[in-house]
Ligand binder design. Structure first.
Ligand code: BTN
Length: 239
């Protein structure tokens, strides 16, 4: 495994994307940064965490498009791999909130941002970015966020966790995807319980998460007992 360690960078995802455009970068190369100055989150949000206290990595996977019928399935593989590693850290109520927020004790402790570099119809390389709050204590300015430290009272070695996650992701590409998907559905946050959602018109409704569609949309049973599917931009879960 090729590891590039950086002290400070705007975003490990951007760094790895640019690097792979300029030169050949080996499969499963990972970039680790102690500090991200302009970390990126999902849907154009920012990922801001304290320097040196958290895990911020990006991993390059060549030709990820050929591994799955649908590229969304890479989110499933990575979420399950991260879950499996964190499962041995004694975190309360560890779960994956669709599509790939890492939750513990009803708070977000990590997130995943996968950016696909489409070279041609058949060739897609992916930059898999993972942020996990490890030893940070203060989350005053971030709503409903926490860290492994806050939930377990234990400091952890960030580099050790990084390697474990990278190894688990690499291993997961050799596993049966059907089993990974079953696991994902098993660990899905708030599955089968009534939750309030907000749709894109800001209207609130109650529904029950029953699963996901083949292309990664969230399946929700509404009060009329019918199933509806939603993409990430169309819905917010209130919890
Ligand atoms: C989310 O919004 O939940 C996704 C957060 C992803 C953050 C990670 S940190 C490492 C990588 N580099 C980035 O700029 N973002 C991802």
């Amino acid at each position: 495994m090729n590891i590039i360690k950086l002290d400070a960078i705007n975003s490990t995802n951007d760094y790895l994307k640019e690097l792979s455009k300029k030169k050949w970068v080996d499969d499963f190369t990972i970039v680790i940064a102690k500090n991200q100055l302009n970390g990126k989150g999902q849907m154009g949000s920012k990922w801001q965490v304290e320097s040196s206290k958290n895990l911020t990595i990006s991993l390059l996977k060549h030709n990820s498009g050929s591994c799955f019928e649908n590229i969304f399935n890479l989110n499933i593989l990575v979420s399950v791999a991260v879950f499996k590693v964190l499962n041995s850290y004694n975190l309360p109520k560890l779960a994956i909130k669709w599509p790939n927020d890492i939750m513990a004790d009803n708070k977000k402790i990590g997130g995943i941002l996968i950016e696909n570099l489409v070279k041609s119809k058949t060739e897609i390389n992916s930059v898999i970015g993972i942020g996990i709050n490890v030893n940070q204590e203060n989350f005053e300015h971030i709503n409903k966020a926490s860290s492994i430290y806050n939930l377990t009272n234990k400091e952890n070695d960030i580099e050790e966790l990084t390697i474990k996650i990278a190894v688990e992701i690499e291993k997961s590409f050799k596993l049966d995807f059907k089993i990974l998907k079953e696991k994902y559905l098993d660990i899905l946050y708030k599955k089968n319980v009534p939750v309030t959602f907000k749709d894109r018109f800001e209207a609130l409704f109650m529904g029950i998460i029953t699963g996901i569609t083949d292309d990664g949309k969230l399946l929700i049973k509404k009060e009329d007992e019918k199933l509806y599917s939603f993409s990430l931009k169309e819905i917010t879960m209130l919890y």
